[in-house]
Design a protein around this ligand. Structure first.
Ligand SMILES: Cc1cc2nc3c(=O)[nH]c(=O)nc-3n(C[C@H](O)[C@H](O)[C@H](O)COP(=O)(O)O)c2cc1C
Length: 182
């Protein structure tokens, strides 16, 4: 399958996760394209069977670059008549929305809004969301927040174990789609 790992990262946490997704996809024999999002990135999303859309959580949402990209795409697609009522689900098109987050104040609730926001976009363009992955990421340069928050001690995360978990999730997801592969 042809897959796109499209994500943003300001401090490197989400970049680590995106890279591991990309490497794991390739290890399972998929074609994977790893792209850092920009607002005006020219990408034909329909060229991909699985989209991995990822961002760190900043103020409960994806980054400005990711939000800008999504808004621009929605605007372009609308103009092209590709956003239609009922958003018909396209055959063999799937999306996974992922984030890294610190969850300092209200835990995973802080991640849910961001990935659901990305999921709403995927749904609008006919992709079926088959995963919301929330991965703990340390709050850069704020050890007080890294120790006292609702996720407990998140210093150094995503760590090797988190990344192994991501790798396993990718493998499991690809295995689950075996009947969709040509
Ligand atoms: C200015 C700022 C705002 C943040 N806002 C949130 C937030 O609302 N919720 C949350 O869970 N984490 C928040 N974080 C923590 C980041 O989501 C977390 O550190 C993430 O792993 C950073 O990813 P990156 O290194 O890829 O940029 C914030 C961090 C910064 C610096």
């Amino acid at each position: 399958m042809k897959t796109l790992v499209l994500s943003d990262s300001k401090g490197g946490n989400t970049e680590k996760v995106a890279l591991r997704i990309h490497q794991s996809l390739k290890a399972t024999g998929q074609i994977s394209n790893l792209v850092r999002v920009t607002e005006d990135a020219k990408i034909d999303l329909d060229a991909y069977d699985i989209l991995f859309l990822g961002s760190p959580v900043y103020a409960w949402l994806p980054t400005d670059a990711m939000i800008g990209f999504v808004k621009k795409k929605m605007s372009d697609y609308r103009q092209q008549g590709r956003i239609v009522p009922a958003s018909p689900v396209k055959k063999w098109k799937f999306a996974v929305c992922f984030c890294t987050f610190s969850g300092t104040h209200i835990g995973e609730e802080e991640a849910v809004v961001a990935t659901r926001w990305l999921g709403a976009f995927a749904g609008h363009i006919g992709y079926r969301v088959i995963g919301y992955w929330h991965i703990a990421g340390e709050f850069h340069n704020r050890d007080d927040l890294n120790i006292k928050g609702r996720l407990g001690d998140i210093r150094g995360r995503p760590n090797a174990r988190d990344l192994k978990d991501v790798e396993n999730r990718v493998k499991g997801l690809i295995a689950s789609l075996v009947h969709w592969q040509s």
